[in-house]
Design a protein around this ligand. Structure first.
Ligand SMILES: [Cu+2]
Length: 286
């Protein structure tokens, strides 16, 4: 009897916790409310099944409790019961999966007017690349990664020279403009995740994955890596700032292109090499 009561309390407690809990998703900042809807459908179905199963169990514990002289009735097969349980389960599982398929289709069908932004993950920081004035990203290859070219951009591709490189700094996006996020990793598996965007995707070295979104409100949102990627995984954080059109233009104007960055890095290397030679000579004289 006590066990039946505990089972009922588990159901009542779970529902009360769900309704009264102060923890819920962070307010959404993208067009992906569909993702929330599919999660809510899953919550309802799994919640209803959980409550039904546990309450049924409580009923059975109470109804068929031990009583002197009572004998259990053995019924190994019940075709009718199995039949309708199979149908109900199939409908429940389909109801959870089907909305996801529709949302997935939207998630990977990029609108024609979306601009491209590349996210390059590495242990343990976020880098970004935006197409320059030509609107096109140059090609890239992880084999080209070097001191002068930390993101492996192809220096021989003219499309890449004006690409804007944002290394280990914040990404800015204009509000209400669709954007295709191209996801690349230069070392291990990572996963680009901005909780407010309700979108994330694994990043796989050697291939480019993608999804798209339209940021729907301005603000500062944290980027998390959602794939355990080594000892610094929990420090792998960044920020995406969703700006008004004017603020975005100001930020964009302050960024460096790939050509400028290469020149700066080459100069700094030449300087340090020259310094190295002087020090070596100095050492030899002493
Ligand atoms: Cu990571």
């Amino acid at each position: 009897m006590a066990i039946a009561l505990v089972l009922v309390l588990v159901v009542v407690g779970s529902i009360a916790f769900h309704v009264l809990s102060p923890w819920w998703w962070t307010p959404i900042a993208s067009n992906w409310s569909y993702i929330d809807h599919t999660l809510i459908i899953t919550f309802w179905i799994t919640g209803a099944v959980f409550a039904a199963v546990v309450l049924f169990m409580a009923y059975c514990v109470w109804r068929f409790r031990h009583r002197e002289g009572n004998k259990a009735h053995y019924e190994p097969v019940n075709k009718r019961l199995e039949g309708w349980l199979t149908v109900v389960t199939a409908i429940g599982v389909a109801a959870m999966l089907v909305p996801g398929l529709f949302v997935w289709h939207r998630f990977i069908t990029v609108p024609a007017d979306a601009t491209e932004v590349e996210v390059i993950a590495q242990q343990w920081q976020w880098n970004f690349r935006l197409p320059g004035t030509d609107g096109r990203l140059g090609t890239s290859d992880n084999r080209l990664v070097s001191f002068e070219n930390p993101l492996g951009i192809n220096p021989d591709d003219p499309n890449g020279q004006d690409d804007i490189v944002v290394e280990a700094a914040d990404l800015h996006l204009p509000v209400d403009k669709p954007v295709k996020m191209l996801l690349r990793s230069i070392d291990v598996l990572h996963d680009f995740y901005v909780p407010e965007f309700r979108a994330k995707m694994d990043m796989i070295p050697g291939s480019v994955t993608y999804f798209w979104l339209t940021p729907t409100r301005t603000g500062t949102f944290e980027v998390l890596c959602a794939e355990l990627c080594g000892t610094g995984h929990n420090f792998m954080r960044g920020f995406v700032m969703v700006d008004s059109e004017e603020d975005y233009a100001v930020w964009l104007g302050e960024q460096q292109t790939f050509a400028q960055l290469t020149e700066a890095l080459q100069t700094s290397r030449a300087d340090s090499d020259a310094l190295g030679t002087t020090t070596a000579q100095g050492d030899a004289e002493n």
